[in-house]
Write a protein that binds this ligand. Structure first.
Ligand code: HEC
Ligand code: HEC
Length: 313
């Protein structure tokens, strides 16, 4: 009787800790942020339908995007190498080849008109105080501003890869790669680490990376962390909601809201899973064979048991 009572008391306390105290403590220590499904509801909808041909003229001409950004697929080279660009702007402006595939359209439109607002870094770049964002805002070339912006968005979408061709690497390198290295995937902020024949070349490359990082630290106030195993330390939900809006977790952080669309965000997560858990695909593959083995083994075990018992009866 006494034992039973002890069991009941222990069970009640265990359940109370598990279902009441632990979740409460967890919610206090780790803020839970719901995903907004990359809807960017704070940004205005596009009102005009874009014309990609006119957009091309603006991107490469009137709006001056190619004065800072390369567009590889359109044969537009980077005006300067990554290290020099970072020395001028704090960070290397990303290649725009796949911008139309990775960024939300509303976000792109707002970014072109008001970068600090779209990126949620107005606390760092206050125009009234003369703190200009390094990406200059576009004020139009004389026509209807919203039409011109929609034309540029349409152009960027027209040259980008199709959603099914958007690989995890393209997504990560375009959206996060200029700030975050990923050592396990051999990614540095200035590109993939090449295989070098001579030590001297390898050291020269490392110096370039360090110089780039110096500029980045000046711009961001801190070196953005290497994301190799962040998927493990933070988990998928955190990474997803963090990239959707870093301010939700770290108020006043220098990391901009990057404006990825849902599909690109999924590809970024995929990239981080591959780097943080390199044997993942192999393991899942082996798992299948283990399951098949178990089934065959079970059949034999049942047959064997039947045979043993048949002899006994
Ligand atoms: C004066 C140089 C300059 C010009 C001109 C410029 N940009 Fe940028 N752009 C930048 C810099 C610098 C960044 C990176 C800012 C950062 O990461 O904080 C950037 C970032 C971007 C991004 C990535 C934003 C994100 O969410 O990660 C896109 C897309 C972009 N620019 C498109 C354009 C388009 C389209 C135009 C023309 C309308 C343009 N830019 C004109 C310098 C420029
Ligand atoms: C313009 C530079 C920049 C870009 C682009 C950028 N980040 Fe960051 N990121 C930062 C900085 C700076 C920090 C450090 C923030 C801090 O400590 O305030 C950071 C921090 C992080 C962290 C760590 C958060 C934590 O809990 O410590 C994660 C995760 C992260 N970024 C993910 C991403 C992903 C994923 C992308 C691409 C979708 C991305 N970032 C794009 C600058 C950037």
């Amino acid at each position: 009787m006494k034992e039973l009572l002890i069991l009941v008391v222990v069970t009640i306390f265990t359940l109370a800790t598990y279902y009441l105290v632990e979740p409460f403590a967890h919610s206090q220590m780790h803020k839970h942020v719901e995903s907004e499904h990359f809807a960017y509801n704070d940004l205005p909808k596009l009102t005009a339908t874009g014309d990609a041909t006119r957009g091309a003229e603006l991107v490469m001409g009137g709006a001056g995007c190619t004065g800072c950004h390369s567009i590889d697929v359109a044969g537009m080279p980077a005006p300067m190498d990554a290290v020099t660009a970072a020395a001028s702007y704090g960070v290397n402006p990303p290649d725009l080849s796949n911008a139309g595939a990775v960024y939300d359209a509303k976000f792109l439109a707002e970014l072109i008109k008001n970068p600090a607002h779209a990126l949620l870094v107005e606390h760092k770049f206050d125009m009234d105080k003369g703190q200009m964002h390094p990406m200059v805002a576009f004020y139009g070339t004389g026509g209807d501003l919203d039409q011109e912006v929609a034309d540029m968005v349409a152009y960027l979408q027209s040259i980008a890869v199709k959603p099914e061709e958007l690989t995890p690497a393209i997504a990560y390198e375009t959206v996060c790669g200029r700030c975050h290295a990923n050592h396990y995937a051999k990614w540095t902020q200035i590109g993939t680490t090449p295989t070098f024949k001579y030590e001297k070349e390898s050291l020269a490359f490392q110096i370039q990376v360090l110089e780039y990082q110096d500029s980045l630290v000046k711009y961001m106030g801190t070196l953005p962390p290497d994301l190799s195993i962040y998927i493990r330390s933070r988990g998928e939900h955190y990474i997803e909601t963090f990239m959707e809006n870093p301010q939700n977790y770290l108020k006043g952080t220098a990391m901009p809201r990057v404006g990825v669309n849902k599909h690109a965000a999924e590809q970024v997560i995929e990239y981080l899973k591959d780097s943080g858990d390199a044997k993942r695909h192999e393991r899942e593959e082996v798992g299948k064979y283990v399951m098949i083995f178990m089934v065959i083994f079970a059949i034999f075990a049942i047959l064997w048991k039947k045979q043993v018992w048949r002899d006994l009866h």
